[in-house]
Design a binder for this molecule. Sequence first.
Ligand SMILES: Nc1ncnc2c1ncn2[C@@H]1O[C@H](COP(=O)(O)OP(=O)(O)O)[C@@H](O)[C@H]1O
Ligand SMILES: [Mg+2]
Length: 353
Amino acid sequence: MSLLELAVTNVRCIEAAQLTIPPGLTLIWGANGSGKTSLLEAIFLLGRGRSFRTRNNDRLIRRGQDHLRVVGRVQRAAEQIDTIGFEVTPAGVSARVAGRSTQSLAELSQAFAVQVIEPGIHKLVEEGGHRRRRWMDWAVFHVEPPFVETWVRYTRALKQRNAALRSQPALAHAWDAEVARLGEQIAESRRVFLDQLQPYWQETVTALTGLDVQLHYVRGWHAETPLLEALAASRPRDEARHLTHSGPHRADVTVRTEGRPAREVLSRGQQKLVAVAMTVAQLKLLRALSGTAPTLLLDDPAAELDGAHLQRFIEQVLRLQSQLIVTSLTSESRLFGSPDATFNVAQGRVQHV
Ligand SMILES: Nc1ncnc2c1ncn2[C@@H]1O[C@H](COP(=O)(O)OP(=O)(O)O)[C@@H](O)[C@H]1O
Ligand SMILES: [Mg+2]
């Protein structure tokens, strides 16, 4: 997988930019506030439909404008090049892949596999389950393509059940069978993914941190109970709170070390390395299972890492043989070798050098 060309319109401080990107290493350098991270956000939007810095896509629109657009040409396989377009307009968010509008962000994820390692990545360890569910599901989208359809249908059925819990609680159970059937499938796909991940995880977290950190999958409802039964059992609570309390939307992957949650034990820098290990391990698994090497965005990669850990980090990243797009404050940065293309960003203007 690699991004060949990119056109950006009205993303934060970038009014317009066009880039041709090599399959190897791209360096994007510029002063603080010049627009480097904004450029990575634009690339991330193409494959994820959201930013890694904000949940609110409207904030990405350049001040004074009413829309943003990102268009990319993506090499998906030797013979397959697709155009992907993503827009945020006053009418909402829309995406097209190869001329067809996409139904969900999950579909976009499949069209352009992109991952990011950025200064906020430690939140994957530190914060609540939703980031880890997203981390897990993104990988499952790639190793098991039919999962996307199941996931979309589950999300829809869950929304309908929750809407019924608000408007006609007594009728909400009409959705239980569908929620349970799809929910069990999602939980099983995630379990398989986490099982398959374990050897890659052990190897990667040891190489990066030297720590013993375990990932443990929690599926989102009582162990040993079929989801249909769990839904029935939690119905009084669901009706009272107008929410579905059991199901894979409550899943998590716990991150533990020394018998305690990693976020309580590890420093910020160590959490960053653990989160990097989660990301690198899943990229290794994707490569092994599906031959996909996602594009990897590295925003300010050296932040918070001492020399020895930075060296281990670089080794792990280079082994992935992914397309790399790296930001730096200086044009001389050679952390990942000498770049195949270099761009300078200044006040939102992107120039090939
Ligand atoms: N919606 C927006 N419209 C215009 N400018 C914005 C918007 N959001 C952020 N900016 C500006 O974009 C600039 C570039 O930010 P950023 O990409 O984070 O820079 P860098 O990563 O190079 O340090 C910042 O100065 C910020 O004030
Ligand atoms: Mg930045």
